[in-house]
Design a protein around this ligand. Structure first.
Ligand SMILES: C[S@@+](CC[C@H](N)C(=O)[O-])C[C@H]1O[C@@H](n2cnc3c(N)ncnc32)[C@H](O)[C@@H]1O
Length: 266
């Protein structure tokens, strides 16, 4: 097992990791390693669809704010949840935003219902009127934040959601110390699939592609260790929700380190 090279130091709030080998279109190579990726993303879409069905019957439009669209995998689930959804997706990495903009900008079905903004999520949230969103959705983004920054962001989301609005986050949450170690080991085992992809590429004579897979295995392993200093448990998130004025907290299906949580703004 590897040891965390970063000790207990916190990550910077916004770093350039998605500007390098894990960013842009290459981000989607992660789907080769994580078998559950699609199902996990669909959990957020289904939770949003169910909320809209039950709570937005008379509305012409359902306003959703997304933090960290990356290449748009979660954005697609948000848009598919209901035809009345209008989503504003905010990412602070231009390489990611270029990919997602070109994907949805060229789509007849989605281009008028999606807007992409290059900004830090906290700065963007502060610029919005209070109570202006029906839903906040984010997958694999908030775990990149330091504990203080995450709490600050969630406290501002609480203000910007309308009363009765929904918070949906699919992300890394620890069960407990022992469970976290097992889940983290599981995540690293998943990255071994990059070795099989490298071997396949080598067999096909594509040495460049084989090297690419070896490199991203190393980079995702490093990235995962870096994220690990920002750990949060299910219990700590429950406590934060209570403190920040959310109710009806619901934890969905766990896939190794990640799980989707929904909560309603009082
Ligand atoms: C791991 S990707 C997740 C992409 C997508 N939601 C998914 O699940 O595949 C996280 C994204 O969050 C963005 N991000 C990180 N910190 C941010 C911040 N402070 N404000 C806005 N976006 C941020 C990164 O640039 C990256 O595109």
């Amino acid at each position: 097992m590897l040891t965390n090279p970063n000790g207990k130091e916190e990550n910077p709030v916004a770093d350039a990791r998605f500007a390098e080998s894990l960013g842009g279109e290459e981000y989607d190579d992660l789907l080769l390693a994580l078998d559950f990726y699609q199902e996990f993303q669909e959990e957020s879409g289904k939770a949003l669809a169910q909320y809209i069905k039950e709570h937005c019957a008379g509305q012409v439009e359902v306003k959703v704010l997304e933090a960290g669209p990356g290449t748009g995998i979660t954005t697609l689930q948000i848009l598919k949840a209901d035809p009345r959804v209008k989503v504003v997706s905010v990412d602070n990495e231009s390489k990611m935003l270029e990919v997602v903009k070109s994907k949805f900008g060229g789509s007849e079905e989605y281009k008028d219902r999606s807007e992409f903004v290059l900004a830090d999520i906290l700065e963007y949230l502060e610029s919005c009127p209070d109570g202006s969103f029906d839903a906040f959705v984010s997958v694999y983004t908030l775990h990149n934040f330091t504990p203080d920054f995450r709490k600050k962001v969630i406290s501002v989301i609480a203000r910007k959601l309308k009363s009765g609005g929904i918070f949906i986050n699919g992300d890394k949450y620890s069960r407990d110390v022992k469970g976290h170690k097992q889940d983290l080991d599981g995540e690293f085992r998943n990255y071994e699939k990059f070795d099989s992809e490298a071997a396949k590429a080598e067999e096909a004579g594509d040495i460049g592609r084989a090297e690419h897979f070896r490199q991203i295995k190393e980079d995702w392993t490093k990235h995962t260790w870096e994220d690990d200093v920002n750990q949060i448990t299910v219990e700590e998130q429950d406590e934060m929700f209570r403190e920040l004025g959310f109710k009806d907290v619901n934890w969905l299906k766990r896939f190794d380190l990640v799980i989707t949580v929904t909560a309603i703004k009082e």
